[in-house]
Design a protein. Structure first.
Length: 132
């Protein structure tokens, strides 16, 4: 409970009226970490003159929010809605982070698209092997 109070105090300060773009960006990142994507997106909208990193972060938030919605459909047993949502997302694997690629592979595996999951996994391995 103390952690939650600290989080709320920090976010409240970072999202205060007339907060700087840097503070708002930090708050949006905190919301993202705690999977509160709507609040993160609302906070990003408040940033004046968003730069490329903010625009990229907004895209990341939208993808994360979509992945979260797909997982909710799967937990409810609504595989058709999960499948449709995944198809509507139309992400380009080359533009995703490694963690997002992993999440995409996981969701495809949950929907029994095993071959596609393996292909995505291969992209992750290839991406990691270029780091060395």
């Amino acid at each position: 409970q103390g952690f939650e109070v600290g989080f709320n105090n920090q976010v409240q300060y970072l999202t205060r009226a007339n907060a700087s773009s840097e503070d708002l960006f930090a708050a949006a990142n905190l919301y993202n970490e705690f999977k509160d994507y709507q609040k993160a997106l609302n906070t990003v909208k408040r940033i004046n003159n968003p730069q490329d990193k903010v625009q990229n972060f907004k895209q990341e938030l939208l993808i994360n929010q979509s992945f979260d919605n797909i997982e909710k459909y799967l937990k409810q047993g609504n595989t058709l809605a999960a499948y449709n949502s995944l198809q509507m997302l139309q992400v380009t694997p080359a533009k995703l982070s490694d963690s997002q690629l992993g999440h995409l592979a996981y969701l495809n595996l949950r929907l029994n698209f095993i071959f596609l999951s393996i292909l995505i996994y291969c992209l992750i391995v290839k991406s990691l092997s270029t780091l060395n």
